[in-house]
Design a protein around this ligand. Sequence first.
Ligand SMILES: N[C@@H](CCC(=O)N[C@@H](CS)C(=O)NCC(=O)O)C(=O)O
Length: 209
Amino acid sequence: MITVWGGQTSRSIRVVWVLEEMGLPYRVRQVDMLSGVPDTEWLAVNPGNFLPAIQDGDVTMVESIAIMEYLMGRYGPTPLQPAPHDPAFPAYQQFLHMGEAGLATLLMVPLVSGFIAPEAERENWGARWALGCAERRLDLVRRRLAQSPYLAGEGFTAADISVTYALQLGSNHAGVTLSDAEQAYLARTTGRDAYRRAFERSHEGVGAS
Ligand SMILES: N[C@@H](CCC(=O)N[C@@H](CS)C(=O)NCC(=O)O)C(=O)O
């Protein structure tokens, strides 16, 4: 049984969403990063203390995109991951990675500046720079969505899982304003049954004493 170490608003939703799309059995172990109480069981899994992580038998992994690629490679094939000879593959590969490396990573800077930084440091050049960089990368997402319903082309793939999380992070917590096309895209991706199940499983037990 695969264990997903996650949090209710963390990138673990990407991993759980892949598991739901593929119909694989798993359990979610919630980690409360904000409790202030060290979770020693969790820190033994990832001493770096960032979510998500998985354990699958002898395998322990962090990095949400790498975990998604592991699951699709290990338990696929799956339509979530076009094969290298598929014409959809280059765009798939680009947006799969852009969702984290080019978008979510940058968006963490305005997010932590806006919500966690001391009052006097909330407005800062670095956060504005990071938001501007993410906005320019979003132009590539916008241009792609003007051409096709999903980022790799006609079919939904893991690239959409990756970028959906980044769009949610940006619009909910980092000051990104979504266009109508992006909002329609999010409605398409998060309207999937697998997303609804993933969302529910990611919130199970949260707030329970
Ligand atoms: N590139 C990593 C980013 C992981 C990350 O930043 N996770 C957040 C939660 S979504 C976190 O744990 N932040 C706390 C920290 O890094 O100290 C991934 O995609 O998994």
